[in-house]
Ligand binder design. Structure first.
Ligand SMILES: [Zn+2]
Length: 128
């Protein structure tokens, strides 16, 4: 599976450097994720890039106990969460760390980075 396209190349490049980037519209100020060619609020082309603090709050989560694919068998149980990041965007990402299964709605988390089987680096979050 190829995660990278023209709109997201900068995002994935920065993730490999363990930086979380969002796009910010120079016209209306909207901060957005995932990356797109235009601002989803005002349609201005080519939003700027900003680096996120990486801090966020768990909005919701689920614990996956049955692997959806054979490749996930050695990863269960794991947590997938909706995280509202400080700059505003919502990300669906894994919660990692020794206490990941104890996560609660409202918990403070910070970004971390994990290599994927495809050779990319995936932003994940760990409890603070
Ligand atoms: Zn805009």
């Amino acid at each position: 599976m190829n995660l990278v396209n023209g709109d997201s190349a900068e995002y994935w490049k920065s993730a490999r450097e363990e930086k979380l980037l969002f796009q910010k519209c120079s016209h209306c100020g909207q901060v957005q994720f995932p990356p797109r060619y235009h601002c989803a609020a005002c349609w201005q082309a080519e939003p700027d890039w900003i680096e996120s603090s990486g801090r966020g709050t768990v909005e919701s989560f689920t614990i996956v106990r049955r692997a959806p694919l054979p490749a996930f068998r050695d990863k269960v149980p794991y947590v997938v969460a909706s995280v509202i990041v400080e700059e505003g965007p919502r990300m669906i990402a894994a919660i990692t760390g020794d206490n990941a299964l104890d996560v609660k709605i409202g918990d403070a988390v910070t970004v971390d980075f994990q290599p994927t089987d495809e050779g990319e680096t995936l932003p994940v979050f760990r409890p603070l």
